[in-house]
Design a protein around this ligand. Structure first.
Ligand SMILES: [Zn+2]
Length: 166
């Protein structure tokens, strides 16, 4: 894994992808063990790995355990639907924050929410994704996007568009 300046901007996405595999797979990968990755880089990746995993179960799923909406007319029902999905997510892959909810999941798991709660949940999740993406470089000990963008301009927009599905 080269860490040359000309590819610095791809590192956040590369580290993100590395941190979506199981820890077992990562630590037993030949590239991880052949000496090409320096210890300080490995440490940054492992610390980021843990933060990424934590973010998946907390920040990204916050919409499932936040307080009921004041304007929701069936708070018990909506609360129960969200509680059940939160229990299910504990068995899902826990280190893919940007993909923890995919399109089909909304109808499949949250179709019984009232219209208001469903819409607000989607907005909250999208906001959490954006916040996570904005912090991604720092999670792995890299310069902020602003610095990387300043260096490499549009290339980052492309990478962002790719991950956020714009
Ligand atoms: Zn509701």
């Amino acid at each position: 894994m080269a860490k040359n300046l000309d590819i610095l901007w791809i590192l956040p996405a590369a580290y993100y992808d590395l941190s979506t595999v199981s820890l077992d797979l990562l630590l037993n990968d030949s590239k991880w063990n052949d000496g090409t990755i320096k210890t300080d880089v490995k440490n940054h990746i492992l610390i980021g790995y843990q933060k990424q995993t934590n973010a998946t179960l907390s920040q990204m799923l916050e919409f499932l355990y936040c307080d009921p909406l004041e304007r929701c007319t069936r708070k018990d029902m909506c609360g129960e639907v969200k509680r059940q999905l939160y229990c299910i997510t504990q068995e899902w892959s826990v280190n893919k924050p940007l993909e923890v909810m995919v399109d089909g999941d909304w109808e499949c798991f949250l179709g019984d929410l009232c219209g208001l709660c469903l819409e607000v949940s989607k907005v909250r999740f999208q906001n959490a994704r954006k916040e996570f993406w904005e912090k991604l470089p720092e999670i792995f000990g890299l310069p902020k996007w602003g610095v990387l963008v300043g260096m490499y301009g549009e290339a980052v927009d492309d990478a962002q568009a790719m991950h956020l599905g714009y």
